[in-house]
Write a protein that binds this ligand. Structure first.
Ligand code: ASC
Length: 161
């Protein structure tokens, strides 16, 4: 320290003080707003519906199911992460989620789990290139979608959406 001027020492002190603060800021990103979370999960549902619907077109058109393995795996990943996209405080427009998502959480998570397991199986039969098994499993996945929507999604949009 002896060789540093007063000004340099001051700068060093500021830098040493700022270091832990900068690290803390880097580790604590700004949270998404509740509305941003709703919009992000809605977009992901939309992408999953698009992927899922296109799979049906491939199957019905007699196409190869092997390339659908990626989409099926992504559906599985979405199903696994889906409940985390419904934190407390995100029961706000434009959500179509019913209050039961938060009041009957165990069932909500079980239904997401059923979706994840069905999508995992869909990926397996896609990997095997088995179109008939894929068609059957596609229906099974759709039933897991319906089972959750029936209990946890409102059909009509809320006002303001
Ligand atoms: C789909 C899709 C859904 C489900 C649901 C099942 O293809 O986009 O949200 O299946 O309609 O009933």
């Amino acid at each position: 320290m002896q060789s540093l001027s007063t000004g340099q020492r001051g700068l060093l002190a500021v830098a040493l003080t700022a270091l832990p603060l900068t690290a803390a800021l880097a580790q604590a990103p700004q949270g998404l707003s509740a509305e941003q979370i709703v919009r992000a999960r809605q977009a992901t549902y939309g992408l999953s519906a698009g992927t899922f619907g296109e799979m049906k077109m491939v199957v019905d058109g007699g196409g190869e199911v092997r390339p659908l393995v990626f989409g099926a795996r992504m559906l599985q990943r979405w199903a696994r992460t889906l409940p985390t996209m419904f934190p407390a405080g995100t029961d706000i427009p434009p959500t179509k989620a019913k209050a039961e998502v938060w009041s009957d959480r165990a069932t909500f998570e079980q239904r997401a789990q059923a979706y994840a397991e069905a999508a995992a199986r869909l990926a397996e039969v896609a990997q095997a290139g088995d179109r008939a098994a894929f068609a059957t499993q596609w229906d099974a996945v759709r039933q897991t979608c319906s089972a959750c929507h029936d209990r946890f999604r409102q059909e009509a949009q809320r006002p303001g959406s």
